[in-house]
Design a protein around this ligand. Structure first.
Ligand code: LLP
Length: 433
C-alpha cells in the first residue's frame, strides 16, 4: 500500500506508523509540523551501499553520505557508526560534522566557490579530500597549504559531459555546468598536470557527479567510462596513475508509485563491470571507488506530519487543505513540482478518494506542498503525512515569513527522540540587533 512498506505501516487504530511509532501520537507528543525519520532505514541504506562496495570492489572504496541531503549532528554520528564517510559542501556542514568528532580523514569537501576561510578550515582540520573545482581554487589552495606547511589530498572535479536529465541522456562535450573542469577544452588535463607538479598538494584522483534522482544505469556507466578513459590518457601522457575515482551520487528513489528507479545492486554491478573491463583493457589496476549517495540514504526514511487547519472548497475548481507547514519546510514542490504521496495519518487505512491541493501557510500563492493529489476525506484537525521527505526537506528549509523550523524526531523500534529541536521565536530573532 505504501511506497516503502518496510518503513511505513498502519496499526490497529488505523493510524499510520513509522519505525514502530504511531504518527498521530508523535504529532501529539512533539507538535506539528514535524519531520520524522526512521533510524533503522537510514542505517540499512548505509549498509546496502557499503555491502555493494565490498561485493563489487572487494571493499576498495568508500561510501560518502552527501550530507547536503540532511545535515545535523546526529546524522554525522550515525553515518560514522555505520563506517561511512561524508561529503560536505560548506564550512557549515564541515563544522557540524567536526562538532561531533566525525573522523576528518573520512570527510570530502566539495563546492564550486569555496572561500579562503573554508579552505583554511579544511586544511587546519586535515579533511580527507578537497575536491577542487577550478584553477583559481587550485592556486589558492596551493598557496594556503604552503603557508600552513600542509600537503592536502585533492581530487579534481571533472565535467564528464553527460546530461542524465534528459529522456535519453546526452553525451556531449558541451554540457553547460558551473561545476568542475571541462574535458573537451583540455582544461581538466591542464589541472591534472598542475596538480601533479605542485609540491604541497597530493593529487589522488578525479570526481564527477552527473545529476540527481537518476533512474537508469546507462548514464552512470557512461560517466564511469569517460572518467576511466581520462585516467588512461593521464597515464599515457603523463605517466601518472590516478588511484581514486569518485563517481558522485544521484541514485533515484521512489516518491510515488509512478517512479521506477533502478535497484542499487543493478547500478553497482553495471558500473563495476565497466570499470573492470576498462582496467583489463588498459592494463591499469582498479582505482579506489568513492560514491556519494545523499537522497537514497535518507529520503525514504523520512516523512513530514502536519495538522489540517482549514478545508476550503471552491466549487467546480478545487479543494485546498491548509496545513500548518509550508514551502519553508518543504520547498520541493514550489521549486521542482516534485511529486509526493500524501495521506491522512489518522485515516491511513481508509481509501484515498478525495482530490485535494495541500496548501502551506506562507503568504505566497505558490506555497503548495502538492496539487490535486489523492488523500482520504480531510477534516480540520486531521494529521497529514507526506512521505519520503527525508532528503532535501529539512536541509533546504527556511524561515520565510519568520516561521520557526520544525523539530526532527528519529524513531527506532517503537521509540522516539528529538534530534533537532523545534525553533522558537527567540531563535528567530537571535541574530537581530
Ligand atoms: N555529490 C555531489 C557532488 C552532489 O552535488 C550531490 C547532489 C550529491 C553527491 C548527492 O546527490 P543525491 O544522491 O542526493 O542525488 N535539491 C535537489 C537536489 C540537489 C542535489 C545536488 N547535489 C532536490 O531537492 O532534489
Amino acid at each position: 500500500m505504501f511506497i516503502y512498506e518496510d518503513i511505513v505501516g498502519t496499526n490497529e487504530q488505523g493510524n499510520m506508523t513509522i519505525g514502530g511509532c504511531d504518527t498521530v501520537e508523535l504529532a501529539k507528543k512533539y507538535g506539528t509540523p514535524l519531520y520524522v525519520m526512521d533510524e533503522n532505514a537510514i542505517r540499512k541504506a548505509c549498509r546496502s551501499f557499503k555491502h555493494s562496495i565490498d561485493n563489487y570492489y572487494h571493499g576498495n572504496g568508500l561510501v560518502l553520505f552527501a550530507s547536503k541531503a540532511f545535515s545535523c549532528k546526529e546524522i554525522y554520528r550515525i553515518i560514522n557508526e555505520e563506517e561511512c564517510g561524508v561529503d560536505v559542501v560548506s564550512g557549515g556542514e564541515l563544522y557540524t560534522a567536526l562538532s561531533v568528532d566525525f573522523p576528518a580523514e573520512k570527510i570530502v569537501f566539495h563546492g564550486n566557490n569555496k572561500t579562503a576561510d573554508e579552505l583554511r578550515m579544511a586544511l587546519d582540520n586535515n579533511v580527507g579530500r578537497i575536491i577542487v573545482d577550478n584553477m583559481t581554487e587550485l592556486e589558492l589552495l596551493s598557496k594556503l597549504a604552503e603557508q600552513r606547511q600542509k600537503t592536502p589530498k585533492i581530487m579534481l572535479r571533472i565535467k564528464p559531459g553527460i546530461d542524465a536529465h534528459t529522456h535519453d541522456f546526452i553525451k556531449t562535450g558541451q554540457i553547460d555546468s558551473k561545476f568542475g573542469f571541462a574535458l573537451e577544452t583540455g582544461e581538466a588535463f591542464e589541472a591534472v598536470k598542475k596538480s601533479i607538479n605542485y609540491k604541497n598538494i597530493e593529487f589522488t584522483g578525479i570526481h564527477c557527479h552527473i545529476g540527481s534522482q537518476i533512474f537508469d544505469t546507462a548514464p552512470f556507466e557512461a560517466a564511469a567510462d569517460v572518467m576511466y578513459s581520462f585516467a588512461e590518457m593521464v597515464k599515457l601522457e603523463l605517466g601518472f596513475e590516478i588511484k581514486e575515482i569518485n563517481l558522485g551520487g544521484g541514485f533515484g528513489i521512489k516518491y510515488t508509485g509512478r517512479d521506477n528507479p533502478t535497484d542499487l545492486d543493478r547500478y553497482m554491478s553495471h558500473v563495476a563491470k565497466v570499470l573492470k573491463q576498462k582496467s583489463e583493457q588498459f592494463g591499469m589496476y582498479m582505482p579506489r571507488i568513492f560514491i556519494e549517495p545523499g537522497r537514497s540514504i535518507v529520503g525514504p526514511a523520512g516523512l513530514t506530519l502536519y495538522t489540517v487547519g482549514d478545508v476550503k472548497t471552491i466549487p467546480d475548481i478545487r479543494t485546498y487543505v491548509a496545513v500548518d507547514g509550508s514551502m519553508c519546510d518543504n520547498p520541493r514542490y514550489a521549486l521542482y513540482q516534485a511529486a509526493y504521496d500524501v495521506y491522512i495519518a489518522n485515516k491511513a487505512t481508509q481509501p484515498r478518494d478525495f482530490v485535494a491541493t495541500i496548501a502551506g501557510r506562507c503568504c505566497e500563492s505558490g506555497d503548495l506542498i502538492q496539487e490535486n493529489t489523492k488523500i482520504q476525506t480531510p477534516e480540520v484537525g486531521d494529521i497529514v503525512a507526506v512521505l519520503a521527505t527525508g532528503a532535501y526537506n529539512y536541509s533546504m528549509s527556511s524561515n520565510y515569513n519568520r516561521l520557526p523550523k520544525p523539530a526532527v524526531v528519529f524513531v527506532k523500534d517503537g521509540q522516539s527522540r528529538i534530534v533537532v529541536k523545534r525553533e522558537t521565536y527567540e531563535d528567530i530573532i537571535r541574530n537581530d540587533i
